[in-house]
Design a binder for this molecule. Structure first.
Ligand SMILES: NC(=O)C1=CN([C@@H]2O[C@H](COP(=O)(O)OP(=O)(O)OC[C@H]3O[C@@H](n4cnc5c(N)ncnc54)[C@H](OP(=O)(O)O)[C@@H]3O)[C@@H](O)[C@H]2O)C=CC1
Ligand SMILES: CCCCCC/C=C/C(=O)O
Length: 491
């Protein structure tokens, strides 16, 4: 009932400018993670549905007006209208996002505002796609220039943790230069992407086939990645699934490019000069925001030995305070539940194994919260062994592991630069020399100083090493979706 009041369409594929019934043989169940109850069961898009939709996107690219006739200024205006529609429908978008993820309404509202700002930022780039003119060659025989062209049909795959926001990060820059796209949201959380499709459809501004949504599971996504008419794939999710997407893209006959935004195990360093109350609060939120289901969450803490004991007391007390503010109501809670029972079991499995195997101790937390819903207590693990699973692997829950105290930043850099991940890192200090050494020395795509998890539309975001390939946001994101053609002419 609630969904019906937010989302008009029970036909849940948006393909070639129309709502269509999906025809897959499987279905995805969408839960309300605050209660554990099923909200809705959606039939998955079948390989045939995906094929028809990709074909429509291909035709829209090659035969439609979106790239062939529209100017960058027209595309700019279309993106601005989408941004406005998101703002006008912010409360609906936030409500559906919180319903399917369980995250606090305040967070969903912020993510909708961030999403519309992302559309506005990229709208501003749509009329600024330039090639370069090189002038006549030295002997005057040739005129040379480059054209910046869209790639074609882009396949987008998003994860469950920030469903709408991640969709905006991909859709807006893909549309800037005239690509067409098909997006497959996570089967856990397709509803906000479908509501965005509804808003875009109601605006009636995009030519049919430019923007399409096919919801479904792994088979639906794999069909998209393997499809010969998909020219590039932009994926957000786990390292394992990202590698599968990379391999399938390489195997397809068209050798498509990929942009992969994958997992992390981001270190956060607290130096001896840090304001410990502020550092503890930032460190806690770096780890617990979005219940730790954040690719760049600050999940490994390094604390200088001279402040270690005092910092742990602060961190424990902030964690207690945050835990006391968790409720099963998205209107009042400070953080939400995990996405489903599988993730709840997975997160607790990490903690339990660490304790059972003597790989770490629980300082606070370490168990589920409430009898219903998928809640887990914010958890601090201490005294880990270097090779502990909770040190090396992405847990994707509200769990932070505090490493043994350090006295030399070089040692932290050495340990961290040996990690297979390289998405983000943070340092809490006012010591310019230490900050500079850390920001330049750490092998990670983003570094935060005295803040964490701050994402801005104009700041590129992406990983080093197995945390990913390519960048989202910023000018770099548009570059993911264009290619350069060289023209050498003799007149
Ligand atoms: N950015 C990040 O760091 C994220 C990390 N994760 C990590 O992954 C774990 C599992 O979460 P989950 O959502 O299942 O993440 P996955 O990486 O498995 O899935 C992310 C998206 O990719 C799709 N997908 C998965 N495999 C393929 C494939 N071979 N081809 C095409 N599409 C595919 C998924 O759909 P489907 O589920 O139907 O397969 C979903 O839409 C988490 O516990 C966490 O550790 C998850 C999300 C984001
Ligand atoms: C609190 C906002 C952080 C959002 C980070 C974006 C995350 C992306 C991802 O997990 O894939």
């Amino acid at each position: 009932m609630v969904v019906a009041s937010l989302l008009n369409n029970t036909n849940h594929m948006y393909s070639n400018g129309a709502w269509v019934e999906a025809s897959g043989s499987s279905a995805s169940q969408i839960y309300n993670p605050t209660s554990g109850n099923i909200i809705l069961t959606l039939t998955d898009g079948s390989p045939k549905d995906m094929d028809a939709t990709v074909q429509a996107a291909h035709d829209a690219f090659f035969k439609g007006p979106w790239y062939n006739e529209w100017s960058g200024m027209q595309r700019r205006d279309a993106l601005l209208k989408i941004a406005q529609a998101m703002d006008d429908n912010s409360s609906k978008l936030a409500a559906i996002e919180s319903l399917q993820t369980g995250k606090p309404i305040a967070n969903s509202t912020g993510e909708v505002a961030h999403g519309s700002e992302v559309f506005r930022y990229f709208a501003g780039l749509a009329d600024k796609q330039y090639g370069r003119h090189h002038g006549p060659s030295h002997d005057q025989r040739f005129t040379t220039y480059t054209l910046t062209e869209p790639i074609g049909v882009i396949g987008l795959i998003t994860a469950f943790n920030f469903p709408l926001m991640l969709a905006c990060w991909k859709i807006a820059p893909a549309l800037v230069s005239g690509n067409t796209l098909v997006i497959k949201p996570s089967p856990n959380t397709p509803l906000s992407t479908l509501l965005l499709a509804q808003l875009i459809n109601d605006l009636n501004i995009l030519p049919p086939g430019v923007f399409n949504v096919v919801s479904g599971g792994t088979e639906t996504g794999a069909t998209m990645v393997a499809h010969n008419l998909v020219d590039k794939v932009s994926f957000t999710g786990s390292v394992g699934a990202g590698k599968a997407v990379y391999q399938a893209s390489a195997k397809s006959s068209t050798l498509k490019g990929v942009c992969l935004e994958l997992g992390g195990k981001s270190p956060h360093v607290v130096m001896d000069d840090a304001d410990l109350k502020a550092a503890a609060h930032t460190a806690a939120m770096a780890a617990y925001t979005n219940t730790g289901q954040t690719c760049c969450a600050g999940t490994i803490l390094y604390v200088h030995k001279s402040v270690y004991t005092q910092f742990l007391q602060e961190l424990k007390s902030v964690t207690e305070d945050i835990t006391s503010k968790i409720t099963q109501d998205t209107k009042s809670s400070i953080i939400g539940p995990l996405i489903n029972q599988t993730q709840l079991d997975r997160v607790h499995g990490f903690v339990q194994r660490a304790v059972d195997n003597g790989e770490a101790e629980v300082l606070i937390g370490g168990s589920r919260l409430f009898d219903s819903g998928f809640y887990y207590k914010p958890t601090v693990l201490i005294n880990p062994t270097n090779k502990a699973q909770v040190v090396c692997e992405e847990i994707f829950g509200p769990v932070v592991t505090v490493m043994p105290p350090f006295d030399d930043l070089e040692h932290v850099l050495e340990l961290e630069n040996n990690s297979s991940f390289g998405l983000a890192a943070g340092i809490f200090s006012n010591n310019a020399k230490a900050i500079n050494r850390f920001t330049t020395g750490i092998r990670a795509g983003t570094v935060w100083v005295n803040c964490f998890n701050i994402l801005l539309p104009y700041m590129p975001f992406g990983g080093y090493k197995s945390s990913g390939i390519g960048r989202e946001l910023g000018l770099e994101a548009v570059n993911e979706f264009v290619q350069t053609k060289s023209v050498t002419a003799r007149y």
